[in-house]
Design a protein around this ligand. Structure first.
Ligand code: AHR
Length: 512
């Protein structure tokens, strides 16, 4: 059977929010310090302590938003420690991540400065797990209150006259575990309470994001939608692409269930793997479709008009840390396998753009499935970075409806769809299709019919692929894997026949 796509150029669906291409920066390992922020006295070129090479690289992929300060760190972060003169900011121990001392030199002001430099929307996650309603309420007042008030005056004392504009605000993180080990019912009450005192000041309207479930914890979504969705703009799913990750359900004495992970045995090397581990990651990435569909079905029950969005504000691959690095720093290399699995996931997110408003891959620099790795003044753009570069054509474009047939990719007797894609139409009317072939052994011929487009004027292609499954960019060889021009396609009337290499991502851009 051939792989076939039939797309109608006029069958526009939802807009693919550019926020689907969002990122995440936690005080974890070397993401902030030694990543984004090197300090003003560093010899590495910087503006106000932020690395200029990193800012440029992220602007190139049009980073639309950045989530901060965590993750688990958010639920033990006390924002007042991160304001005022740097030398007098108190220190704390980052107990979640490596037990290192956090000097709080990167705080609220620095985060907003970073977002301004990146031209990205700030997304701040507040502390529910170990904070108080008052602390969260005062943080919102500090950031967004225009008039005279204790917190707005404190902000002015610290050098910022005008309030910042803050839209995206998270009310806790993973409150089923590191954010307070709460039951869904308890969190639903807490999120409603905290939310009430996180005020909208003046023109500033918060977009309120509740901490959603981990993976297949459908009960969490059910309870949150039932009991708290009337106060929320979105709920945030977390799903890491790990091999053989298991969700363990413990029954509590009151009959409720608590979900946690048994993943201790499942993490594997990021760079040294065989085909069955390649398959495992692709299977885990493809599972995103089931997760998103099932959570969406629950949301549809309570919110058929899709007023409450699904956000996936943590996702990506999670492997063993690189040998010789602090296990609490979650530093992992990044190969073609990461790139291909990111392509699979991003296609799924695009295709669910009617419900998904934002996603934030974890994490931007030096942590998990990073865009950028640093070593002193050196910087490497990972294969995953290049996927974001290729897929940026979808940002704020119209998702197009399509039908697809795909061959199977078989490994160890298990099957997966070999080819996946998403297709959008940009403001100029160009059609962009991002195709992924997960089969590491065989190429894929894909026949794509474009109806209702008129005469095809030009077709351009870009490909990301390599001979080895684990090709990566290193500090010694930073450009081993990069997108290149792709011409292995033929146009005949409204039909384009694309010959995808094994284990590849292909972008096809069609203009009238
Ligand atoms: O991204 C790393 C961690 O994974 C985050 O801090 C947490 O929210 C999740 O468990």
């Amino acid at each position: 059977m051939a792989n076939q796509i039939i797309v109608n150029a006029k069958a526009e669906k939802s807009t693919i929010s550019r926020m689907i291409y969002g990122h995440f920066a936690e005080h974890l390992g070397r993401c902030i310090y030694d990543g984004f922020y090197v300090g003003e006295d560093s010899k590495i070129p910087n503006v106000k302590g932020m690395r200029t090479d990193i800012i440029e690289a992220l602007k190139k992929i049009k980073i639309p938003c950045l989530r901060w300060p965590g993750g688990c760190f958010a639920d033990e972060y006390h924002w007042k420690d991160g304001i005022g003169p740097k030398e007098s900011r108190p220190t704390m121990v980052n107990t979640h991540w490596g037990g290192v001392v956090e000097n709080n030199h990167f705080g609220t002001h620095e985060f907003f400065e970073l977002c301004e430099m990146l031209d990205a929307e700030p997304y701040i996650c507040g502390n529910v797990g170990s904070g108080t309603v008052q602390e969260m309420s005062e943080w919102v007042e500090y950031m967004t209150f225009d008039g005279k008030s204790p917190m707005a005056d404190l902000r002015r004392e610290n050098g910022r006259e005008e309030p910042w504009r803050l839209k995206y605000f998270g009310i806790g993180n993973e409150n089923w575990n590191c954010g307070g080990r709460m039951r869904a019912e308890y969190y639903a009450d807490e999120v409603s309470r905290y939310n009430l005192y996180a005020r909208d000041y003046g023109e500033n309207k918060l977009y309120r994001i509740g901490a959603g479930p981990r993976g297949a914890n459908y009960k969490w979504t059910e309870v949150l939608m039932r009991d708290a969705s009337m106060y929320l703009d979105a709920i945030a799913l977390h799903y890491y692409t790990r091999i053989g990750d298991k969700i363990v359900i413990s029954k509590l004495p009151d009959g409720n269930e608590r979900y946690h992970t048994d993943s201790t045995k499942s993490r594997k090397s990021a760079t040294n793997f065989d085909e069955s581990q390649w398959f495992g990651v692709m299977q885990a990435a493809a599972f995103t479709e089931e997760l998103v569909s099932k959570h969406t079905a629950i949301m549809d029950k309570y919110d058929p008009d899709k007023k409450v969005a699904l956000i996936v504000d943590e996702w990506g691959t999670w492997f063993d840390n690189e040998p010789g690095t602090n296990p609490g720093f979650l530093y992992q290399q990044n190969t073609l396998r990461d790139a291909v699995s990111a392509g699979v996931s991003l296609n799924i997110f695009n295709n669910h753009a009617d419900r998904i408003h934002m996603t934030n891959i974890a994490q931007t620099i030096n942590v998990l499935q990073a865009m950028i790795l640093t070593e002193g003044s050196k910087m490497v753009l990972t294969p995953t970075y290049h996927v974001y570069d290729m897929y940026k054509v979808h940002q704020d474009a119209k998702l197009l409806d399509f039908a697809m047939l795909s061959d199977d990719y078989v490994c160890d007797g298990e099957t997966l769809k070999k080819v996946s894609c998403s297709i959008s139409k940009d403001k100029e009317g160009a059609i962009n299709a991002t195709l992924v072939n997960v089969d590491p052994n065989e190429g894929a011929e894909v026949v794509c019919h474009i109806a209702d487009f008129g005469k095809i004027g030009s077709v351009e292609g870009t490909v990301l692929t390599s001979d080895a499954m684990n090709t990566m960019n290193t500090f010694d060889n930073p450009n081993q894997l990069q997108p290149t021009g792709f011409t292995d396609f033929q146009v005949e009337g409204d039909k384009i026949t694309i010959k995808m290499p094994p284990k590849s991502l292909v972008l096809i851009s069609v203009k009238a």
